[in-house]
Structure formats: C-alpha cells, structure tokens
Design a protein around this ligand. Structure first.
Ligand code: PEP
Ligand code: MN
Length: 334
C-alpha cells in the first residue's frame, strides 16, 4: 500500500502517521520528492483501514499495490534513483559506460585496456576475477590476484572498478572494489543477495538466463529489503530458441523496467549477443531505448582472450561505438 502525502505537510504530523502505522507492525519506506512525500507500507497491510487513512487531512491519496516488490517499486518511489560511485552517477539522465575485458588476465592486459577505454570516455572499468564458467575445466579467473590487478588499473586511470562476486565467503576480498556484480547465474542466489544487502556497496544485478522481469525485481528486493538501496539492474539477454546469437537481447525490458522501478537499468550487449559485430548495433539500440548505461567487453587481443574473446571489442571498435552512443544520447535528449 502507498500513502501519498499532501504537499507541505509538516514533519511532525507526518511522523505521527508513521508512528501509528509502525505500531500496526509495518515497515515504512519514505520517499521524499520535490513536492510530495510518498510512504510505502511494507508488510501485512490487511490491518490498515484504507478509508480511515484516506480521510486524514494530511493524506492526498492511498493506493493498494499488488506487486510483490515494494522497495524497488516506482509507485513507492516515483523519482528515478541515482546510484553514485565516487564522481560517477548512474540513472535519472546520467548515462554510465562500463567497459573492460571479460576476465582480468595480467597487469599488462588490464592496464592497457583500462587506459584505452578511459581514452574513449568510459566511466568505469569492468574485469572478472571470479568467473562462473559452464565447464569446470575452463579458466575461472585470477581470483584475489585479479582484484589486485584491477586496483592497479584503477590507480593508473582513476576509473572505478566493477567485478563479479560469486559467493558470500569472498566478500572480504571485495572490500575495496567499487561495484559488486551479481552475474546472471547468481541472480537467485538468495543468501548472496541478502549479504550484499547488508553492505553499502553499489550492486550491479544482472538478469538471469531464464528469469522474468518480476523475478529480477524480486532479487533487487532481496538486496534492498536488507538495507542496501544502491542497485543497478542489467539486461544481458535471455535464453530463447534461437541459436545464432548467444542469448536474445530483450530491449523492451528497458522501458518496461523503467515503468516498474525507479532503479537504473543498463544493458550488456556483449553477453546478449556473443558476437563481436553485433555488439555496436545493439549498444546503440540500447542507448536509443533509454538505457541508463552500457557494460561492454573490450580486449586488447581478443583472439587470445582467456574468456569471451568472440564477443569482445577491440579498443578502436569501442572508441567508435562510444562516440556513436554519445550521438544517439544527444538525439534522444532533444
Ligand atoms: C560477465 O559479465 O562476465 C558475465 C559472466 O556475465 P553474465 O553473468 O551476464 O553471463
Ligand atoms: Mn564475459
């Protein structure tokens, strides 16, 4: 249930109402907009007399919300959320470009790619140190060493770093990582989501291979209900019957998620297509449909990449697509 307060209500009378609602055993999520405050009532609202609340002088309107996701629901929080990572902002018109290799392979590699993508205007550096691989025989990342190499690349370029965390046990290693990515395969690792909710780290939550948007939002809800509101959603393609592409990029997810949630939504055209030449057109399409950012795999030597070389852009290709994306952003801002 949401309670929209009238404009100009004093803090005192608002707090009285909140106190009364809390006594009914509810959690109250407060969203302060420029003109109006919205209270999100989380918990068993069956005990709340809707007509009584509506009749209060300080209340503008009361609505029942049927969706099971509350904290990330736009109805509770009409304004877009901006997730800030140092000087980098994502959401509410702030477009964020994340780029870097699938996996961190060596200091030379990660520093070279970091410098190249920074020169092309990237805002953050990605790089996997813990890699979820379908085969147990494949390269699964440099682990702690990989994270240290990412930090070296950050020191060289100033770019905040984004890396995937696969288990709660690894959390201490991620203390100095700027954004923690939850990969598609872990979107419903509920223990991990709850633990990440207890941190104050920005979380990049990728959509699972065969998960609905509602399931994605419920996973965001796990993180937020545990106390961490700094969540960025990522559409990275879903499994369908077609096999020309690695996955099927569901771009309608972007405007649909924007309707449903206030959280920023970015797109990963690399894992969505799995094909280098398809990444630029899909990156541009994502920008055109209103995504809040892009995460793109870039490698300085894709042929010899230890993971996902086929979908990785070379730095000069990234430079070109980054410029085209900026042009598209200028067009849709008009
Ligand atoms: C990745 O970003 O390298 C990755 C493994 O992505 P996903 O979880 O979307 O497959
Ligand atoms: Mn990858």
């Amino acid at each position: 249930m949401i309670v929209v307060m009238k404009p100009g209500v004093t803090k005192e009378s608002r707090d009285q109402l909140i106190h009364w609602l809390k006594n009914l055993g509810l959690d109250i999520h407060i969203s302060e907009g420029a003109y109006q405050t919205v209270l999100g009532l989380v918990g068993d609202t069956t005990k709340v007399d809707m007509d009584l609340v509506s009749s209060l002088e300080i209340v503008d309107s009361v609505k029942r919300v049927t969706e099971p996701f509350k904290c990330c629901n736009r109805k509770f929080h009409p304004e877009d959320t901006v997730v800030e990572i140092g000087d980098v902002k994502v959401g509410k018109g702030h477009f964020c470009m994340i780029a870097g290799p699938c996996s961190v392979e060596s200091e030379e590699q990660i520093v070279a790619v970091a410098k190249a993508v920074k020169a092309s205007g990237a805002d953050m550096l990605r790089g996997g140190a813990f890699k979820p691989r379908t085969s147990p025989y494949d390269f699964d990342g440099l682990k702690a060493t990989g994270l240290e190499l990412l930090k070296i690349a950050r020191a060289e370029t100033g770019l905040p770093i984004v890396s995937e965390i696969m288990s709660t046990e690894a959390l201490p290693l991620f203390e100095d990582v700027d954004v923690l990515q939850v990969g598609a395969r872990n979107m419903q690792n509920f223990d991990l989501l709850r633990e990440l909710g207890k941190t104050n780290k920005p979380i990049l939550l990728k959509r699972g291979l065969a998960n609905t948007l509602k399931e994605l939002l419920m996973s965001a809800e796990y993180i937020m209900a545990s106390g961490n509101e700094r969540v960025i959603l990522c559409e990275r393609g879903i499994r369908t019957f077609d096999d020309y592409t690695r996955n099927t990029l569901d771009l309608a997810a972007v405007p649909m998620l924007h309707e449903l949630t206030h959280l920023p939504v970015i797109v990963d055209p690399s894992h969505a297509t799995g094909v280098n030449r398809l990444v630029p057109p899909m990156a541009m399409a994502a920008a055109a449909c209103g995504a809040d950012g892009l995460i793109i795999e870039v490698h300085n030597d894709p042929i010899h990449a230890l993971c996902d070389g086929a979908q990785s852009l070379r730095p000069e290709q990234y430079e070109e697509v980054a410029e085209k994306v900026r042009e598209i952003r200028r067009v849709i801002a008009k």
